[in-house]
Design a binder for this molecule. Structure first.
Ligand code: CA2
Length: 148
């Protein structure tokens, strides 16, 4: 039986992963990232739902759905909404499971506007600068937190 379900959310422009700016975001595509997460999760009897959207409201709707469908944790790279979206923060505040925020790049080494995150006010953990391996680190944290 499944141990639980994790929702992986990817914000705007992350559908372009692997196709541009490899010096910042690497060469893996979003499908590569999601498939690797599915494989890790399946090895631990966890399920994964992955969703990318370029629309703030669609990401918020996915968080609302996760409140009601037994999702135990959310791993989210809010992309540019990290730095702008009180609405995303409010939605995450209404979710009762664990929340991990992932950034592929080290946002603290970049422009000043990327140094502030609304989502970090809610996140149980924040990972930045590990490349796409950051998603695996977040999943490891979900699994560790759920181990009795
Ligand atoms: O480092 C990250 O993961 C970011 O969340 C990525 C966002 C950026 O706005 C954040 O400050 C940091 C940008 C995502 C855009 O992704 C692209 C990937 C490949 C090509 C073009 C954009």
């Amino acid at each position: 039986m499944s141990q639980g379900k994790v929702l992986v959310l990817h914000g705007p422009n992350l559908n372009l992963l692997g196709s541009r700016q490899p010096e910042i975001y690497g060469r893996e595509t979003l499908d590569d990232v999601n498939n690797a997460l599915r494989e890790t999760a399946a090895g631990h009897d966890w399920g994964i739902d992955c969703f990318q959207s370029n629309h703030e409201g669609a990401l918020i709707d996915a968080i609302h759905a996760a409140r009601l469908d037994g999702t135990r944790a959310i791993i989210i790279n809010p992309a540019a909404y990290t730095h702008t979206s009180v609405a995303l923060l409010d939605a995450l505040n209404a979710f009762e499971g664990r929340v991990y925020e992932v950034h592929i790049s080290n946002v603290h080494q970049r422009e000043a506007f990327r140094h502030h995150s609304y989502v970090s006010l809610r996140a149980d953990g924040v990972i930045a600068g590990l490349g796409t391996q950051g998603y695996q680190a977040a999943l490891a944290a979900v699994l560790a937190a759920a181990t009795p």
